[in-house]
Every structure is written in structure tokens, then in C-alpha cells.
Design a binder for this molecule. Structure first.
Ligand SMILES: Cc1cc2nc3c(=O)[nH]c(=O)nc-3n(C[C@H](O)[C@H](O)[C@H](O)COP(=O)(O)OP(=O)(O)OC[C@H]3O[C@@H](n4cnc5c(N)ncnc54)[C@H](O)[C@@H]3O)c2cc1C
Length: 447
């Protein structure tokens, strides 16, 4: 029996393993992982395709051997959890080398199995030239295909973050890109400020965007891939990427534990599920949202690392509460950096807030400094109290400079007046005196 069994050897699972080993060095910790590759930065995948990063191995931080050597915890690969028995404190595991199953007993269990890509039912993902993009194995298959087949035209189904990063990467390789999305605009989960900026950049770069278009069929015909839409149009491509979101990889345990409709396991702010000896962290779980005061599904690497660390500390006997997320994220699309924290005005109103929005466009450096480009920021606050609810930013330099400041303000429950006068950094090569975030907040000021 392992004192601690961890399922999943990436951001969440290994963060927990490190904490357990540090706090309880003499204890038996066992990590199992379905895939062969562990501890990888999936976030870097698009940049290997573009050639900015030379090779998929650059994204792998640890092998099972180096993790055991440096962190002292064994990781068993090609071991898939197929069932969990909370009453008996056991997990059923399939050894993917032999196909045989066995039971492993645990004292405490962490589920960190992440998410898997949504597969569209009418797509045969075994077709040559058809890809999901989620793991290093997917990346290696894509790199080989691009190298050998040299496709001229790509179709991307899904204009979310991964679809857009991929569109940029393929364009850099000289491949013509067409993106399909069922939503009318690209980046549909982002606020309008960002959607508009993305749509403008798509046009400028000569990428075809077909919004409001559902793909309904995909087949290989005369050596090319043919995509059929719901209005009976057909489009051809040499390579197709299906990147339409992810779902929690919890099929093996979701009926035994409290899970959201999409399968995300409920984890409280200590990382504990409804069973006190089972913890969950990362993309397989929901996470506490500070502004909404409830758990939401918001799968990101930044959150998975923190949730795993918190769960590991608590599993080792510590007592720490995750303060929660405010929904901060950032995306690169060609020259643009696009970022958001908290709620957009649309989201705030849907949640029942009476929200106001203020926006400003200012140069990202002193206006006279060479290379100064416009940055746009909008801030959202509660109408009566002025309490900040969110912000969004578009910049050619780095939208994180606005959004990280705004995220702290939203996290701390500051008012928009505080943001209007906050002591932001200024020197001509980096920022103007009145930057776009301060200027947007200042528009609300009664002074
Ligand atoms: C292309 C791409 C770009 C991204 N960009 C960003 C970004 O810019 N910023 C950001 O914050 N996030 C980004 N993400 C998301 C980020 O990668 C994930 O949020 C993060 O990897 C989640 O970590 P995790 O440990 O929860 O799960 P995962 O990284 O998915 O790891 C889960 C592990 O569990 C294993 N496993 C699954 N099921 C089982 C089972 N039944 N038994 C045993 N093992 C199992 C898997 O093999 C895997 O190794 C991106 C993701 C992708 C795919």
C-alpha cells in the first residue's frame, strides 16, 4: 500500500508529490501516469510548431528517472487508473504494457488527471492529416506530418486560444490557414475589446475566418481532406486540426465523487473532494472563484500548479486554503498580447451585477519614444460601489503589465478610484505617465 497515491504526473500531480516528499520525507509516495511522457509544458506546443522553440523535448522538464533522482518520488508510466473504490481505499489500474489490471491501496489519493480534448463525433481522428493538439505525442505526430507532407493549406476547427495560437504558428511556416467556428466571432470567450482586436489581426494576416459555421463532416477525397459544413458547403485542406475545447479526464471516477455536469470533480479550497481521503487538482477539477464565491471550471496551467501544491501541503497534514482565482489569462496572437482578469461587463451582468465599463487607449511608451504603439484597456466596476470586477487589455508590448496590476486590484476588492490614482511605473521607454489602465479607471473619477 502507498501512503499517498497520485494519479497524473504533470502540473497538478507532480506539484503535490514535491510538497509531500518535502514535508514527509520518509513516507511512501507513488505516482502513476497513463502517458509515457511526464512533466511537460503543453503551453509551449504552438511555439514548437512555429519554430520559436527547437523541438518538443525542450518542453519536457523531467523524465520519470530524473524526477525520481532529483525529487525522490518514483513515477510509474503507462499505468492508467480505470476505477476507484473509496470505501476500500483502492484504485484499479491497467498496466498498458501488458493490458492487465491490478488494485493499488492508498492512504490518501490525489486525482490530477487533467483534461482531454473534445472529439467531434463525425471525425475519424485516425485519418492521416487530422489532429488534436494536447500532448507531446500529438505534437510529435504533427511535426512529422508537417516535415514529410509539407501541407499548403490548413483548416482549424475552433477559434479559441489554442486554435488562434496554432493559426499564428502555421502562418509563420507559410501555410495558408482557414479557421471555422460555430460562434460568430473568433475568441468568443473573451470580451468584445479583445474579440475585435483578434478579428482585425486575422484579416490583416490574410487568414480566412468562417464564423457561425459548424463543420458536420470530414473525409479524405482525392488525396485531400474535405470538410462539409451545415449549410452544405465544402472546403478542402491538406491538414485539419480539431481544437474545440477540453473536458475533465475523470470518466473512471466521476460517478463515485461529487462532479460538475462536465465531469469536473468538486475540490474545496484545501483541494479535498467529497471524500476526506481523496483530493483533486488541476484541469480535472473545478476551482474556487473569488468574485463569484463558487467553484467554476477554468482549466489553466497556472491554476493547476497552485491547486496541486495546496493539495499536497494539506495531504501532508498542513492547513492551507487556496484563496481562489479571479480568472486571469493572457494570449499572444501575432503582434498582439491580449489579457483579461475578473469579469467582462457581459459576464458581470449575467451574474446579476450592475456593471459599468470605462476604456482608454494610450501609447504603451511615452508618445514621443520610438516604437510607441497604442494600448487599449477597459475596466469594469460595480455601478454603485465602484468595486472593481474586471479588466481587459490589448497591447503590442505586453498586456501583462496592465492585467497583473488589475488582477491584484480585483483580487483585493479595490475600488476603481484607487486604481485611477495608483502609483504606476513611468519612464519613456516603458510606459507613459498616464498609462492605459490608469486612464481607463480615471474616466470614472468624479474629481
Ligand atoms: C496547446 C496548449 C496550450 C496551452 N496554453 C496555456 C497557457 O498559455 N497558459 C495556461 O495557463 N495554460 C495553458 N494550457 C493548459 C495547461 O497546459 C493545462 O491547464 C495544464 O497542463 C493542466 O495540468 P494538469 O496537471 O491538471 O493536467 P495535464 O497536464 O493534462 O496532466 C494530466 C496527466 O494525467 C495523466 N492521466 C490522465 N488520465 C489518467 C488516468 N486515468 N490514469 C493515469 N494517468 C492519467 C495524463 O497522461 C497526463 O500526464 C495549454 C494547453 C494546451 C494543450
Amino acid at each position: 500500500m502507498a501512503d499517498f497515491l497520485i494519479i497524473g504526473a504533470d502540473a497538478a500531480g507532480l506539484s503535490a508529490a514535491v510538497q509531500l516528499k518535502r514535508r514527509l520525507p520518509g513516507t511512501e509516495i507513488k505516482v502513476i501516469n497513463k502517458g509515457r511522457i511526464i512533466s511537460y509544458g503543453a503551453c509551449g506546443i504552438p511555439y514548437v510548431i512555429s519554430g520559436d522553440i527547437s523541438g518538443s523535448q525542450k518542453l519536457v522538464h523531467f523524465t520519470p528517472e530524473s524526477f525520481e533522482k532529483e525529487r525522490g518520488v518514483p513515477v510509474h508510466i503507462l499505468q492508467e487508473a480505470v476505477d476507484v473504490f473509496p470505501q476500500e481505499h483502492t484504485v484499479e489500474i491497467r498496466d498498458l504494457n501488458t493490458g492487465e489490471t491490478y488494485r493499488e491501496a492508498y492512504g490518501k489519493l490525489l486525482i490530477g488527471t487533467g483534461a482531454r480534448p473534445v472529439r467531434l463525433p463525425f471525425i475519424d481522428y485516425a485519418l492521416e492529416g487530422v489532429f488534436n493538439l494536447h500532448t507531446i505525442e500529438d505534437l510529435d505526430r504533427v511535426l512529422l506530418f508537417l516535415e514529410e507532407e509539407k501541407p499548403g493549406e490548413a483548416a482549424i476547427i475552433g477559434a479559441g486560444n489554442v486554435g488562434l495560437e496554432l493559426a499564428e504558428a502555421l502562418s509563420h511556416k507559410g501555410i495558408r490557414v482557414r479557421i471555422f467556428d460555430i460562434a460568430p466571432e473568433p475568441a468568443f470567450q473573451w470580451p468584445p475589446l479583445i474579440r475585435r482586436a483578434v478579428a482585425g489581426k486575422i484579416k490583416e494576416k490574410g487568414i480566412d475566418f468562417l464564423g457561425g459555421t459548424a463543420i458536420r463532416s470530414l473525409e479524405r477525397r482525392n488525396g485531400r481532406l474535405s470538410l462539409g459544413t451545415d449549410d452544405a458547403a465544402a472546403y478542402e485542406a491538406d491538414v485539419v486540426f480539431s481544437v474545440v475545447g477540453t473536458v475533465p479526464a475523470t470518466e473512471f471516477c466521476r460517478d463515485k465523487l461529487n462532479a460538475k455536469k462536465n465531469g469536473a470533480l468538486f475540490a474545496d479550497r484545501r483541494g479535498q473532494t467529497c471524500d476526506p481521503d481523496i483530493y483533486a487538482a488541476g484541469d480535472c477539477a473545478s476551482v474556487y472563484h473569488r468574485l463569484l464565491d463558487r467553484n467554476v471550471y477554468f482549466p489553466l496551467g497556472s491554476t493547476a500548479n497552485k491547486m496541486g501544491r495546496i493539495a499536497g501541503i494539506n495531504m501532508a497534514g498542513g492547513d492551507i486554503l487556496f484563496p481562489g482565482i479571479v480568472g486571469t489569462q493572457i494570449l499572444k496572437f501575432f503582434e498582439l498580447s491580449l489579457a483579461k482578469t475578473g469579469l467582462s461587463q457581459e459576464e458581470a451582468e449575467k451574474e446579476g451585477f450592475r456593471a459599468r465599463r470605462f476604456s482608454a487607449a494610450r501609447p504603451d511608451k511615452a508618445a514621443y519614444f520610438p516604437g510607441a504603439a497604442p494600448a487599449k484597456v477597459e475596466v469594469v466596476c460595480e455601478e454603485d460601489s465602484g468595486v472593481l470586477l474586471g479588466a481587459a487589455a490589448v497591447s503590442e508590448t505586453n498586456a501583462a503589465q496592465f492585467i497583473d496590476a488589475a488582477a491584484v486590484a480585483v483580487f483585493a476588492g479595490m475600488g476603481i478610484e484607487d486604481l485611477a490614482w495608483f502609483d504606476s511605473a513611468y519612464a519613456p521607454p516603458f510606459a507613459p505617465v498616464w498609462n492605459a489602465l490608469v486612464s481607463a479607471a480615471l474616466k470614472s473619477s468624479k474629481a
